[in-house]
Design a protein around this ligand. Sequence first.
Ligand code: BG6
Length: 499
Amino acid sequence: MPVIDNSCIVIFGASGDLTHRMLIPALYHLYIDQKLPTSFAILGVSRSVYNDQTFRNKLITNMKSDKNIDNDLLNKFCEHLFYQAIDTSDVNDYKLLKERLALINADLQLNNNTLFYLATPPNLYSVIPQHLAAVGLNKETDGWKRLVVEKPFGCDLESAISLDSSLYRHFNEQQIYRIDHYLGKETVQNMLVLRFANSIFEPLWNSKYIDYIEVTGAEALGVEQRGGYYDGSGAMRDMLQNHLLQVIAMVAMEPPAVINAKSMRDEVVKVLQCLKPLSQSDLENNLVLGQYIQSHVRGKCLPAYREEKGVPHNSRTETYVGLKLFINNWRWDGVPFYLRTGKRLPTRVTEVVIHFKKTPHPVFSAAAPENKLIIRIQPDEGILLGFGLKQPGSGFETKEVAMDFHYSELQETELLTAYERLLLDLMKGDATLFARSDAVRACWDFVQPILDYKKQSFPLYGYASGTWGPIEAEKLLNQDKHQWRSPCKNLTDTDYCEL
Ligand code: BG6
């Protein structure tokens, strides 16, 4: 197992939401689980005027809203936190940063190992690396230097290519880590173990036995305070281009020879490059875009997307996408993959459902039961296998039953959150769960026709909050004689859905 070197994590965008909601809590949990190196520092960087103490105080106040926090440990953790105010867009300020890093490195003996985490608005993704390079902070002559880029990595194919080339001027691919937090989820990684560590699934994992696959990434919340960002992004860029396509890659990739960054990412990119390009007819018939409208859910009036803060009243940004796609290779020939993601759907759930083909010859009079494997990514993380049994009594009636496993049953293990896992890997220099440049491009390549299509006048369907999206999304499956599963909060519940 790679060791974790003493190092400094420099977080650009230290006063922002991602730092406070995700990064600092994840680092705190790693600290109390004693997973961080013996000596480490976290240096917050942004324009806001704080010093070490006021930065620490702000974080302490945020973290204290969590009732399980241990105050003594939190104070000890905060001793590792530092702050440097700079104007990140001004190259002259980077000398200050370099001097501060040199002091911290000398005090804590961090060997100049530095992780630069870009938790800033995307317009700074090419500026910060350029300025770091101007003061030599990209050079690995004295300790490693890694650059972490949050999503969105570009906003279309062209901008992703151009971002890559601006990063490559100063950092090489081995130094660049593109985060897709879905890859940090235990249950997404478990798909690889489920498929490649068991001999019973893999022989069936192909077009001969699989009828179709559903991938759902549903959220009950609306856009909350992020209307301004979201309106320029939409569900396509926010969820489908990255998170859902990465999940598809885990479901559909070939087994890597070994689990390491190269083998894994080689297989991921191969399958993403096999996504069948969307034709004009696919865009017209296999794509459904929707936007939530004002509705009453359990007696509460929820605003329309167009009434959300930061969203223009005439916005045509989609908050729902349903898409049928195919993978052009031997394994998946002709198997439809149905993807859907949306805000303000009935519940928060991410899952993959593998629907197996029916038996070739109907021996029993009743309709053959459905064989399906549900891989629940969140919540109630687990696996459920549905199959048919004999209904007790005379005759041969069949009944659908299920075998299920829930991660919560593994009481002795607490799942690391996605950011905890990814931050640990970053410090170890393990790139296996980070998106490689060619994979990001393959995803943009696939969605680019959709982005182009959206520039034309395309149909955008309204849907009521608390429903599974526009009716047209049902038709997408019904036309193939299939139906979306209605997932509930609990993996095993099938006949009602808790809102
Ligand atoms: C983010 C999107 O990348 O993923 C958000 O920007 C979305 O809009 C979030 O809510 C979903 O992540 P998770 O881990 O809650 O499924």
